[in-house]
Each structure stands twice: as C-alpha cells, then as structure tokens.
Unconditional design. Structure first.
Length: 729
C-alpha cells in the first residue's frame, strides 16, 4: 500500500460506519427478534413509548437514549416500522463512541438488516480534534456507502473566531466507500487552504484503512539543487501478491536526464529477498592524474539488495549487495554517503552460547580521494566461538575460538591466508571489603601464508601468543544530603611473553586503526583484529570519580594511563598514543544536568609533556528557547592509516524556538586545518509546527570539490498534513 495512504483519510471509512451504528442501536430496541452483529444488551430510556396497531409502528419520543456497552445514542424521536422494516431517527441524533468520537445527524433511516439506509446532516467531532461533515449519506446493498458534499479537516476551530475557515480542509462532491474492494473514491475533490482552493482532482482513490497495502501512486517528493536543478520524484506502488510487491518510479530534473528507480520485495515462508536499483545516462566529473575531467553520457546507477533465509532454529543464511557504477553517483543522487560498499554472502549458526559463521566479502571503495585503494576479496572467512557455563570452571567461564580467512587483491596480485585458534578462561571474584577482581587467561596460535605483498617474500609465519591479565577496582562511596560521591581507583596487570618481533613479517590487514582511548585502555590486547598482538607486559592505572544527585544529575571524570615494563618502539605507529613506553593520558568528562546539559568530552594528552593529542566533544545545551548541538574533533595524524594530516573540525547546529509554532535553525561544519580551512557545509532553516500542519524548509550549501558529487546548493521543503502524511523533499 502506498505510504501516503497508510495514514491518509483513514477516518473516512470508520466514520461512514456511523450509519450502521445508529441503525444497530435503534433496531435492537424496537424489535428484539432482529439479529445484530453486536450481542451486547441495549438499554432504552424515553419519556414516551407508543405502539400503533394500525400502522404497526413503534415510536419512542422525548429524550430517547440507547446505551449499548460504552456507546451512547441520543435522539428526540425514534420509530420502527414493523411492516416496512425500517428504523427512523428524527431530529438531532447524537452518538458518543467509546473512543471519544462524537457524531451528530439530523435524520436517519435504515432498513431492517441495516444494508440500506440514508442519513442527512452528518457532523462529527473526532477524538483527535478532527471534524467531518456530509450533507447526505446513503448505504447501498450493505457494501457501498455514498456521501454527498463531504468535508474534512483535522484543524481545530479558532477560539476567537470559530466560523473562520480552517487552515486546510478537503472537500468532495461525492465520496464512495466500497467495502468489498476496500477502497474510497472521490469525485471532484478539492484541497483548500484558508478556504481558497489550491489543488483539484476530478477523481481520486485510496485504500480504506482496512487493508495494509494496495496498488497506487505514492506521494511525490521534490528537490532543488544547483547541480541538478528542480527535481520531482514520483513512484507507483504495485501490490502483486500478499508475499510480493514492487515500486517503480523516476526522478525528473531540469538540468539532468531522469533517474529511473525500482524496488522488488518477496517474502517466503522462512525467507525474504529485497532488491532496489536505479539507473540513468548522464554526465559526471572525475579526476585523473590530479586533473578534473568531464565525462559525458555514460550509464550510471546502483544495485542494492538483501536476503535472509531462516533455515531452522539454529541455522540461517543471507546475502547483502551494494554496487555502483562510479564513485560520485551515490552522493550526487543522495543514495548513500558510505565510503566503502560492502557485499557479502554468509551462513550463521546459533546454539545456546556458541556461535559459528562462514562468509565471503567483497568491498567497493567509493571515496573520491587519494585514500582510495584496491579493496580485498575475502573468500571465505570462517569463525566459531564456544563459551562455557558461568562459574562452571574454577568459579569462572572457559571460552574457545577458531578463525580463518582467505584474502585476495586481484589487481595487485596479493594473497593472504590466516588460521587462528584460541583458548581462554575468565573469572570474577569480589572480596568482602568490596575489592572487585577479574582474571583473564588466554592462549592463541596463528598461522599465516602470504604472497605478492610489498617488501615481504612469499612464505609462512607461525605465532603463539599468550597473556594473563588481572584487573582490580575498589569503589568508595560517600552519601551526602542530596548527593552521592563515588571514587573508584582501577588498575590492571598484564603479563605476556615478548615475542621479540613487532610483526613486520606478517601482513597487516585488520590491525591498522589502533589508538588509545578510554574504551580500550584496560584491554589485554589493544590491537583490533588478528594481524598484530601486544606482546609486552604492562600495568594500567586510572581513577573514576563521580557526583550523583537524587534528580539523576551527574558529573563523572576519568583519567588513566598505561606503562610497559619494556620499550618496543616498532610495536605501535606514531600517533596511536601507545608508541612510547609510557602511554598518553586518556580521560573522559561526562555531565548531565536535567534537560539543560548533556556533555561528553574525551581527551588524549602526551604522556610526557601533556601536549594535546586529541579532543572529542559532544554536547547538547538547552536554555530557554535555545538548543545548541555541538560536535568538535581535534586529532593528530595516525601513521599507517591514510590519516596523515592533523584534523580539526567543528559541527554545530543551533535552533531557536521563536514561539509555540515557529522554530528557526542554522548550522555549519567548519574545518580549521589548512589548506582546506573553511566551511564544509552551511545551512539555515525555518519550521512551522502547527496543530494540523507542519512546514519545514532548509537551505544548504556544500563546499567540496565537484568530483565528490556533493558540491551543490540545495533547498528542501517538506509539508506535513495531519492524517495525510508528508509531501516534499
């Protein structure tokens, strides 16, 4: 079913059923032998109840009230014609629904079986504040309900001037609800804003809300950029079968040829598959040998997909697909901002605490920079992990693992094969004085074979790596009147044999991005992946302090460092914070003060002279009508990772609530490092948050090279209508 219509006008279908509700209550009251769908007893009260033997008409007059469950129906006069088998309600008929909806009608007439009927002057006030009017209504053959001159608005009336036209409303000469087809259709439908018609359609149709999905046009979206011009995206949703659907559409631009899009989804009993693709035949800008070149009229597109098969309770298999024709396409057409696209086929097994998987991986690097490199093909990668029961072995838990992969770079002729097995144990003990101790023992064996690597001869390398780690901490707490203070010193001792080799003879694929921080400071091995190991004994120490009050406000400060017993200058790369025998200091400050302040500041200082190495700040500040979100990063270069320059950037966004309905927004990303110093992105926006309508506007400028596909000025407008959904870009 189209996304636009999942919410749109669902009130029509349920409120046309008011005719049947009115008839149901009346018929039970005046003819107890009439069957109804509701079996709840009906209580009737009225000032007068008259039965005419000649006409066989039963009439209730004066403050007539029916009560059936939580539904209440009131009228001045209700009569039941036993010959014609019709029920009539005369005068003001009011219905109070259990959900809070209130409906009024001037006159009501229904047949005995409720399949035929008429209503005049229907007016409704719904529980959410929406209002509905219809001059006449007719029910035909128990299937169709026809409404004449109908209006709807979710906008509440103005308190100072209730007769003023609503912000927006829908009008239709005729509305038909077909229950069998589960559709609602409109003839001569008009969308009005403050009583002024702004959109018209001679015919309009959508599902009635009883069906989850149905074929039809989706809501259009719009875009405006300096590189593509004005764009409109329109799509058609095709409900092929209960387990199969598709969407087809296109984005049409004033400065570019159209981009055609499509998506297909299929679900099986224990599996599903989804594919979406796009394609165009357009120009693009690229760089070769440092020069910018224009490439005209070539096919550009993407293909995404995913699938999952739940084989049984323990096994599942799946695949993920992400491919594109060129590096700029994804960002230029706002498909994704990912730098590297990942493709994989995998199978996994889950059995209690044990896990096993086998997969093959292919990566496509779409970074438009000198950092782009030939990505590997992994065929296959295998891993398995087994965990023992808690407290099952010497008061702790054992663990065992296996891992292996085959990695190839076809263009560069490089091959790497690795097999790893490890066995470990972990136990946790708390002494009566509150001292918390955790012990880790681990042994791991690695075998590598490689060929075609730069500066490495083809060959095989073996390695056996073990460590013993003892971590201990002792929290001290002091309760004051409204605040609790906590100080927790924490230290760990890691013992491991020095392998006498910094791993230079083993290719490094998965252990390059290593940098000390508060998350890995106490890890026994601070290298990610398998290709490098930290084979030096050391001690790690730090302290965490905190203040916590009874209103959930808190302030935490942590500072820590690591010290190796022996130096190893070739173990870690320059900039990691671990290259010296004494590591850099790392720490964190966290503060929360109600809804006014949320701060997280992580830092790294040189272990000798306290020179700044890294600052990371994330903060949200709320003060009165102002909300300021800020992210700041300062970091030195990190050798061996492609990040060979110092980085310093701030991303800040400010919103100001002008009043209850208007919010202004602005933001920018600024780079402080030369030669690229300057703004990377600026934006300004204005939002209107009304009771029944929202309007969001955003003007954004991206300052990047043309070859990235992101360098453009963009304007977005999104309009949200209550109960109708959103339209915009």
């Amino acid at each position: 079913m189209p996304l636009l219509f999942k919410k749109s006008l669902r009130f029509w279908s349920c409120h046309f059923a008011i005719l049947a509700v009115i008839g149901s209550g009346a018929s039970v009251s005046f003819a107890q032998d009439i069957e109804t769908k509701e079996e709840l007893p009906v209580n009737l009260t009225s000032k007068t109840l008259i039965y005419d033997d000649n006409t066989e008409v039963v009439t209730a007059k004066g403050d007539v009230e029916f009560t059936q469950g939580q539904r209440i129906v009131r009228a001045q006069q209700v009569s039941y014609d036993m010959r014609a088998e019709t029920v009539k309600g005369v005068g003001e008929v009011a219905i109070l629904e259990p959900n809070g909806d209130v409906h009024f009608a001037n006159n009501v007439e229904l047949s005995r079986d409720l399949s035929e009927g008429f209503v005049e002057g229907l007016r409704s006030v719904l529980a959410d504040g929406s209002r509905f009017w219809a001059e006449k209504g007719q029910r035909v053959a128990g299937n169709e309900i026809i409404m004449k001159k109908a209006r709807y608005t979710p906008c509440e009336p103005c308190k100072k001037n209730p007769d003023r036209e609503p912000i927006w409303q829908l009008k239709a000469r005729e509305v038909v609800h077909n229950k069998e087809e589960q559709t609602i259709t409109y003839d001569d439908a008009t969308f009005e804003v403050f009583g002024v018609p702004v959109a018209y359609t001679p015919y309009f149709s959508h599902p009635d809300g009883t069906v989850d999905r149905k074929s039809g046009m989706l809501a259009p979206s719009f875009s405006l950029t300096s590189s593509q011009g004005f764009g409109v995206e329109s799509s058609y949703y095709y409900d092929i079968a209960p387990d199969l659907d598709a969407t087809f559409g296109a984005r049409v631009f004033t400065k570019q040829v159209p981009l055609f899009l499509g998506e297909v989804r299929k679900r099986f009993k224990d599996a599903y598959v989804q594919l979406n693709a796009g394609g165009t035949y357009a120009d693009r800008i690229d760089r070769q040998a440092g020069d910018q070149i224009n490439i005209s009229e070539e096919f550009r597109g993407h293909l995404f997909g995913e699938g999952l098969w739940n084989i049984d309770e323990k096994w599942r298999a799946g695949a993920d697909l992400a491919l594109t024709t060129d590096d700029q396409y994804m960002r230029e057409y706002d498909i994704t901002s990912d730098d590297v696209l990942e493709n994989q086929i995998y199978a996994e097994r889950f059995s209690e605490r044990d896990y096993a998987a086998v997969r093959t991986l292919y990566f496509q690097d779409v970074r438009v920079s000198e950092r782009q490199r030939d990505q590997p093909l992994i065929l296959p990668e295998m891993e398995a992990e087994f965990l023992g029961d808690p407290n099952g072995l010497l008061g702790g838990r054992w663990k065992a693992g296996l891992s292996g992969l085959s990695l190839n770079r076809v263009d560069e002729g490089e091959e790497t094969y690795r097999f790893t097995t490890d066995l470990g144990w972990q136990g946790r003990y708390v002494l009566p004085i509150g001292l918390i101790n955790t012990f880790d023992l681990s042994g791991r064996g690695d075998v590598f074979y490689f060929d075609g690597r730069d500066n490495l001869d083809a060959g095989t390398e073996e390695r056996f790596y073990t460590y013993a780690n003892w971590e201990t901490r002792m929290p001290f707490a002091k309760q004051f009147s409204n605040v609790q203070a906590v100080i927790e010193p924490k230290a760990s001792l890691t013992l491991t044999p020095n392998l006498g080799d910094d791993g230079a003879d083993i290719p490094n694929e998965d252990s390059q991005d290593v940098q000390i921080d508060t998350a890995n400071l106490y890890n026994p091995n601070r290298f990610p992946g398998y290709d490098r190991v930290e084979d030096t004994s050391r001690i790690t120490y730090g302290v965490r302090t905190g203040l916590y009050d009874d209103k959930s406000n808190e302030l935490e400060v942590f500072l820590g460092q690591s010290y190796r017993f022996e130096g190893d200058e070739g173990l870690f790369v320059e900039g990691s914070g671990l290259e010296e025998q004494k590591s850099d200091y790392v720490g964190e400050i966290k503060a929360n003060y109600g809804s006014h302040l949320n701060l997280n500041y992580r830092f790294q200082f040189d272990g000798d002279d306290f020179a700044a190495r890294r600052h990371e700040v994330t903060s949200v500040l709320n003060g009165g009508p102002f909300t300021l979100n800020t992210r700041y990063l300062f970091a030195n270069s990190l050798a061996g990772t492609g990040i060979d320059e110092q980085r310093e950037q701030i991303n800040s966004n400010l919103s100001v609530k002008l009043n209850d309905q208007w919010v202004a927004r602005t933001g920018a990303v600024y780079d402080f490092v030369k030669p690229s110093e300057g703004f990377r992105r600026t934006q300004v926006g204005l939002d209107y948050l009304g009771q029944c309508v929202t309007v969001s506007t955003l003007l954004q400028k991206n300052f990047t090279r043309d070859t990235t596909g992101e360098n453009s000025t963009e304007f977005f407008v999104r309009v949200g209508l209550k109960n109708l959904g959103e339209v915009g870009g």
